[in-house]
Design a binder for this molecule. Sequence first.
Ligand code: FES
Length: 218
Amino acid sequence: MQAEAPREAGSFRPLPEGFLPSNCTYSEQDWPVLARQWFPVCRADDALARPRQVVVLGLRLVVYRMPDGIRVGRDMCPHRGLPLSGGRIEGGELVCAYHGLRFGSDGQCTKVPEKLAPKTADCFSVTMFPAIERHGLVWTCLIPEEGTEVPDGTPDSPFKLSSEYFAESMIFEFRDGSGIVEPENHQSLRNLGLSEYQRLLSGIGFGSETSPLPSSAA
Ligand code: FES
């Protein structure tokens, strides 16, 4: 199958070298390998009227729509570490619900409320990840590298994205013939290796007339 050209990609600010999410269920060896792969985080046509939290490989992300496309960032405000998914989109900016810091499309803070002086906007930026639209989904990669790409879909595959996948607070999961497979909770996938990831993703069904992707309300 011919890969579609990416239709949108956000600028990104990388995670620190050697990063591992706290309480991570993956091994120190597996996590950075998987984090270099691409994972779907929402449907490309999701309205995303409010920021949404998704969890990929144990890392909480915030997904939101800006005037110039969908953005994916770490769901952690750089001010006090509270979730940005509790905030709102206003005037083309992401606004933190707690003390009102505002962030532009690239994750850089654009305004700090007066009550937080002498802190200035340059002090704060959100860790951002790339967002690429492909197969009707938005994909992100936690440690993007040249050469790793969004996988192609194979519509005849037994693997389908489950309806729960697009729930408001999402855990990365797949459904096979025997039910939902959640890397977070499923022992056999807890230490999901690169070959297993490739086997699963190479087999994802990206929806068809008989088995469309479920709609998301938000
Ligand atoms: S925690 Fe976000 S502005 Fe304070």
